[in-house]
Write a protein of this length. Sequence first.
Length: 158
Amino acid sequence: MELQINGKAVQVDAEPTMPLLWVLRDLLNMTGTKYGCGVAACGACTVRVDGQAVRSCVTPVATMAGKRIQTIEALGSPGKPHPVQAAWIAEQVPQCGYCQSGMLMAAAALLDKTPKPSDADIDAAMTNICRCGTYQRVRVAIKRAAGMPADGPAGKRP
């Protein structure tokens, strides 16, 4: 089967029902996308498919034919990070970091769809689970990446 991953055509020999996550990690050695729960609840496995955030742990690879898949490996580069990556660093979002690749992919998808998201937009799009509880920093970082003020009504960062 041919997949379009990070702008390149890639041939994989996988069972059609194999989750995209395992194709990425086990067959293609792309380990930036993480396994968290296996039931699409936590979001550690989030990638973008045709620009949309998708939980790869429950996405059969057979459904990916002809679609553009983007993983964290292609979101930005050390020399030119994606705006959400730069904002994540500036706001010191990561703690343990395990969920962050999925968070970053979901945030990038949100900003592509909604360039100036409200708090409600962020809450609706960012359903990823962070064990360290950095949700307030995530919100501030998304607003920073969008070029929006991150100050709350009291004029202070959350």
